[in-house]
Design a protein around this ligand. Structure first.
Ligand SMILES: C[S@@+](CC[C@H](N)C(=O)[O-])C[C@H]1O[C@@H](n2cnc3c(N)ncnc32)[C@H](O)[C@@H]1O
Length: 241
């Protein structure tokens, strides 16, 4: 199964139990929210179960998982939800503000794939636009070295309780497995690949497609979808800083 197929099947199966809107897990809203006031059109790429989309109400939402769209559609009649791939989708019209939260951009397998996605995001943008996103930092995986290959229970309050395991499968590629407790004796086993990128190479890829970018790294404890996550938050604009 390709990395992309793994991701698709993972999110289709996770859609039921994935984090939806909740005050406990929206602490990245202050980063993603403010530009909405400056742009008349916007899009969230990879909105998942609507954790931010339901709160921020962009013009469009794009997700490759029909099950995620199904979860969000009723609560968001005012947002046009599109099923599509970040790398290939064409929005109904170009947008001024784009964002992708919760490690969505870590799903791309290598730098060329990430660059292709960035290029398409740029293609779907107006001449003066902004794109905000986060990436899980390599430091998070360094912190996990002592538990690689070991199943552990993860219960983070508002988030789903589950068993998880990380294994390293490439220099910067990790297999992240979940054993979901379906509330019965049946357990579901799903996995996803997470690729981490150096901020400098991401900045260069952004520049390659026409963005200039700034980024900051947060410390662990900033819970976006994991209390362990070190995150890089990027702001990319089609103008000089
Ligand atoms: C890590 S989840 C993040 C969900 C949400 N942004 C949040 O922070 O709670 C990634 C989401 O992006 C979607 N996704 C992953 N790769 C995608 C791609 N290439 N194109 C469109 N959607 C994608 C998945 O279906 C999933 O819903």
């Amino acid at each position: 199964m390709s990395q992309e197929q793994c991701a698709h099947s993972h999110y289709e199966q996770m859609a039921e139990s994935w984090n939806g809107p909740s005050p406990g897990i929206d602490h990245d809203a202050p980063f993603y929210g403010p530009p909405l006031a400056r742009f008349s059109t916007s899009v969230e790429y990879g909105f998942g179960a609507g954790r931010l989309l339901t709160k921020l109400k962009p013009t469009f939402g794009v997700d490759s998982s029909p099950a995620m769209i199904e979860r969000c559609i009723q609560a968001n009649p005012d947002v046009k939800l599109l099923s599509g791939n970040i790398s290939t989708v064409t929005l109904p019209r170009p947008v001024g503000y784009s964002y992708a939260a919760g490690g969505t951009m870590n799903g791309f397998s290598e730098l060329p794939e990430l660059t292709e996605a960035l290029s398409n995001i740029r293609r779907n943008s107006t001449a003066t636009s902004e794109f905000r996103f986060d990436l899980i930092a390599g430091q998070m995986y360094e912190d996990l070295q002592s538990i690689l290959g070991i199943w552990f229970t993860f219960d983070a309050g508002d988030e789903i309780a589950t068993c998880e395991r990380y294994s390293q499968v490439g220099p910067r590629n990790y297999l992240h497995e979940y054993m979901l407790d379906a509330g019965t004796s049946v357990q579901q086993h799903v996995h996803i690949h997470e690729q981490w990128f150096e901020p400098a190479e991401v900045t260069e890829a952004l520049s390659h497609v026409g963005y200039s970018a700034n980024w900051v790294q947060t410390r662990p404890g900033t819970r976006v979808f994991s209390p362990r996550a070190h995150l890089h938050f990027f702001v990319a604009r089609q103008e000089e800083w």
